[in-house]
Design a binder for this molecule. Structure first.
Ligand SMILES: NC(=O)c1ccc[n+]([C@@H]2O[C@H](COP(=O)([O-])OP(=O)(O)OC[C@H]3O[C@@H](n4cnc5c(N)ncnc54)[C@H](O)[C@@H]3O)[C@@H](O)[C@H]2O)c1
Length: 446
């Protein structure tokens, strides 16, 4: 009889999960399951590799390797300085030496790796993710799902075709206080919801002083950093961390932060795609900044029965509703629920001297939402269940953020037809759907 290997189980089980039609797990239940997870047996290790080690990749990895049975056996980065630093830190943290790679395609050839964490700039997510799935790996990929609508579509198709477990880094999906806020919204107690307001007031954001182009630092494979993006001379402003403010690599704050908060707005209202979208913005706080994407932007989504809005403002300290820098407000006829990364609160309406909502004490967050999100991913690798932030959910909000940016870039009200995967009667807007990949890099055909 053929011996059963856990690895082949992991590699094939996705197909079974798809065939068996494992159904969608509502947001709250997914996490409840994750929080009752039993300990992993030592013989049942999950071996992960990290692609893109500088900032969020390392944050994610640390949450993986603290879990019982999870081991990091490979690191990949196109920058030797980052790679070597993280290798030393991993050794100090876990006592394990990881195999080091500069080219992620080589890492994916390593058959001992069960799952990869992808925290490269957004223009890489599609190729990293699809190649990883084709190599039989499960994937934890950072948000936003990708830097274009078409790449999101390809990634969803690939997850279906290859039957891999995918968790996207929108970790609010695993936050208990976010879930209880969403539950409260679903309870209907807020009355008729007319508006869901999402914001980021980002005081830490500073002007990006223009810098001359120059040589890439020694040890950086800049061509591989660019990958499918257009060829451009190296500029430190478009490199680590700041790439997100340049259209070839990211979508600015609208996609960077928008996906986190709009995801919660859509979870509350159970929205998918709006009838229309409008957006306006520009470099209004820092007109001299080198960034291409707007530092100030207002986007509105018309869902016919209610409006969802996004706003980001940089260089300003106070958030809205006396809250911290970011948040979501569900505005209903009986009151408003305001939730941010720390807590949620109610602001009841008053009629005839009576509050229209029963008092609910302030609900505090766990402070470890990312840890819960990672735990959920590892659990789903074993059960082949649906993750807290599955790829379709991530596509929904990534596409909404992208259409917000496209509305701003075209300066028009746009009508997105999701079934047709295009804007209605708008040639110019439709040109933003699909990126032009450079040279050897091709959009994967699934
Ligand atoms: N979920 C969250 O809360 C959160 C927070 C921050 C960032 N992020 C996301 O994480 C991702 C990374 O952001 P960051 O702030 O860490 O960026 P970063 O620029 O600090 O790090 C990206 C790393 O990827 C490396 N890289 C680039 N191309 C590569 C390739 N082809 N192969 C291997 N390595 C490559 C870079 O050299 C760099 O070390 C982005 O998608 C971002 O949106 C998510």
């Amino acid at each position: 009889m053929k011996s059963f290997s856990r690895r082949s189980f992991l590699q094939n089980a996705g197909k079974l999960a798809t065939v068996a039609g494992i159904s969608s797990i509502p947001m709250v239940k997914t996490i409840a399951a994750a929080s009752t997870t039993n300990k992993v047996s030592a013989a049942d290790k999950i071996r992960v590799g990290l692609i893109g080690c500088n900032n969020m990749g390392w944050v994610n990895l640390k949450e993986h390797v603290v879990l019982p049975g999870v081991e990091c056996i490979a690191l990949c980065d196109v920058d030797d300085a980052v790679l070597n630093k993280r290798a030393a830190e991993l050794l100090a943290l876990t006592g394990s030496k990881a195999a080091l790679y500069k080219d992620f395609r080589k890492l994916l050839e390593n058959k001992d790796i069960d799952a990869v964490i992808i925290a490269t700039p957004d223009h890489w997510h599609c190729l990293n993710t699809v190649y990883a799935m084709q190599a039989g790996k499960d994937v934890f990929v950072e948000k936003p799902l990708a830097n274009s609508i078409e790449e999101c579509n390809i990634m969803v198709a690939a997850a279906k075709r290859y039957g891999r477990v995918v968790q996207v880094g929108q970790w609010q999906r695993s936050g208990p206080h976010w879930q209880s806020a969403i539950d409260y919204v679903h309870s209907g107690q807020l009355g008729k919801i007319s508006h869901v307001k999402n914001w980021l007031y980002y005081s830490g954001f500073k002007e990006i002083k223009p810098l001359a182009d120059g040589a890439a630092p020694v040890g950086v494979d800049y061509d591989l950093w660019l990958g499918p993006a257009p060829k451009q001379p190296f500029n430190a402003n478009r490199f680590h961390g700041k790439w997100r403010y340049f259209w070839d690599y990211g979508g600015g704050i609208m996609t960077d932060w928008g996906v986190h908060l709009l995801d919660m707005a859509f979870a509350g209202t159970q929205s998918t795609y709006p009838k229309s979208v409008m957006s306006t913005g520009g470099k209004f706080s820092f007109p001299q900044s080198a960034m291409q994407t707007p530092d100030t932007q207002f986007t509105t989504y018309d869902f016919e029965d209610y409006v969802v809005s996004w706003e980001h403002v940089t260089g300003s300290t106070p958030g809205l509703y006396g809250n911290n820098y970011c948040g979501v407000a569900f505005v209903g006829s009986n009151g408003t629920l305001v939730v941010d990364r720390e807590k949620w609160r109610l602001f009841p309406e008053v009629a005839n001297g009576q509050y229209l909502l029963a008092a609910v004490p302030e609900q505090r967050g766990s402070g470890n939402d990312l840890a819960l999100h990672v735990k959920n991913f590892i659990e789903c690798i074993k059960t082949r269940g649906k993750t807290a932030c599955d790829i379709e959910t991530a596509r929904n909000v990534a596409v909404n953020s992208q259409i917000g940016n496209i509305a701003m870039r075209t300066g028009r009200k746009l009508y997105w037809d999701n079934a047709a995967n295009s804007f209605i009667n708008d040639k110019e807007a439709n040109q933003f759907i699909k990126p032009d990949y450079r040279g050897q890099w091709k959009l994967p055909k699934i």
